[in-house]
Design a protein around this ligand. Structure first.
Ligand code: PHB
Length: 394
């Protein structure tokens, strides 16, 4: 064979190999800076770990490319701009990630216009999923945790004070808790909404102390914010005054427990994920995390959702043999079930594209010398977003 012919054949082989190799592009937006900017890596690491463990289950030749962007915290303009660029310039097949509700809300129209499936791995305000038929949520809603917590609290306490961050998830948490607490015969003594960024915790918590409620219900974004509340709660002596701190699991987020210290002991929360959960799938998840990222590292609920969201994306890739059709992808998401999530069995509600999962009643306790969100009971099984269930009846 003449040399030119050999070169030509080799070039042809290269081109066809490239054509048969499929790359699925995921535009992944989360926060690496700004408010609780330390949380982004808890999501990204989960996605990367899932890909590493499960890459071999993809159809031959199919690869995933993650294109990571920092939305700089609750910043809807920035998130919209990043999503636009990922869709138009990078031509991503899917959008995923997103910690903050305002960011998810601003990205929803882009998912709709471009027909790009958007997997929400945190943002928890109920209404988000109604903003685009291309959204599926694998995380949680605040209604899912705060409504059952209100039911539980009404059996234990007569009076409650609510304190929430003044944005979507805070409003949902407040409404859900208050509704259930009042239905159960409880009395709300006061409700306060505090600014999302840098509230004067001491001033707000002093007012709570003066009001002497049996319990204080708090929702604030997970992470460093939660530690600030916990420290102020303790320093002002609210615990000694007999006020019990309760909330969705965001207030005792797993990775912050060591920073909170013993002041967190005894705090009761309702949530769908704890790193201390003793399900075999969770034990394997936590062990794999520590092996990959270090013995002192722990996954949190953002990690669990990002892990599960990646599992859902893998299912869509497998069923379509690496070619992502937006409408087929959404159909696959709608019927997705995962018996082996670290948080227990989960599924997507086909009607609403929102997550269905268990809610666990938990208490911060010491286990082997370390603080942990110990799951006391499965308070409610296979919970659908209560807000959407109520809307249906209206
Ligand atoms: C949200 O913006 O939806 C959000 C942020 C932090 C949380 C929970 C929800 O811990």
């Amino acid at each position: 064979m003449r040399l030119t012919k050999i070169v030509a054949l080799a070039a042809f082989a290269l081109v066809s190999a490239a054509a048969s190799a499929q790359t699925v592009k995921i535009g992944f937006i989360t926060s690496y800076s700004g408010l609780n900017g330390n949380l982004g890596p808890y999501m990204e690491r989960a996605v990367r770990l899932y890909i590493k463990q499960h890459q071999k289950e993809l159809p031959p030749g199919v690869k995933i490319e993650l294109i990571i962007r920092d939305d700089t915290g609750p910043n809807p303009d920035k998130a919209r701009q990043l999503a636009q660029e990922l869709v138009v310039r990078d031509k991503v097949d899917l959008l995923a990630g997103v910690i903050f509700t305002p960011n998810a809300m601003s990205m929803a129209p882009i998912a709709t216009e471009a027909k790009v499936p958007f997997v929400i791995m945190n943002a928890g305000t109920s209404v988000i999923t109604t903003r685009s038929p291309y959204i599926a949520r694998v995380s949680f809603t605040l209604w899912q945790s705060s409504y059952p917590l209100g039911q539980w609290a009404a059996k234990k306490y007569k009076t409650a004070y609510t304190l929430v961050s003044d944005f979507g998830p805070g409003h949902d948490a407040e409404t859900a808790f208050m509704q259930a607490f009042k239905e159960g015969g409880g009395n709300i003594v006061a409700s306060v909404r505090v600014p999302l960024q840098n509230p004067d915790w001491a001033a707000y918590l002093q007012r709570v102390k003066d009001a002497k409620p049996d319990t204080l219900f708090v929702f604030i974004p997970a992470g460093k914010t939660a530690t600030a509340v916990m420290k102020n709660f303790s320093e002002l002596g609210l615990g000694q005054a007999g006020i019990k701190l309760i909330g969705p699991g965001d207030i005792t987020t797993d990775e912050e427990l060591p920073n909170m210290g013993d002041v967190a002991l005894g705090v009761t929360t309702m949530f769908h994920y704890s790193a201390a959960g003793d399900r075999p799938a969770n034990k394997a998840f936590v062990a794999a995390w520590k092996k990959e990222y270090g013995a002192n590292e722990t996954p949190n609920f953002l990690s669990a959702a990002s892990w599960d969201g990646t599992a859902m994306i893998f299912e869509a890739i497998r069923q379509q043999k690496g070619k992502i059709d937006p409408d087929k992808t959404m159909a696959i998401f709608k019927s997705w079930k995962f018996a082996n999530s670290p948080r227990g069995p989960i599924s997507i509600d086909p009607e609403t594209r929102d997550i269905v999962q268990n809610e666990y009643l938990r208490e911060v306790r010491k286990v082997g010398g370390q603080l942990a969100n110990v799951e006391l009971e499965t308070f409610a099984a296979a919970v659908k977003d209560p807000w959407k269930e109520q809307q249906k009846k209206k």
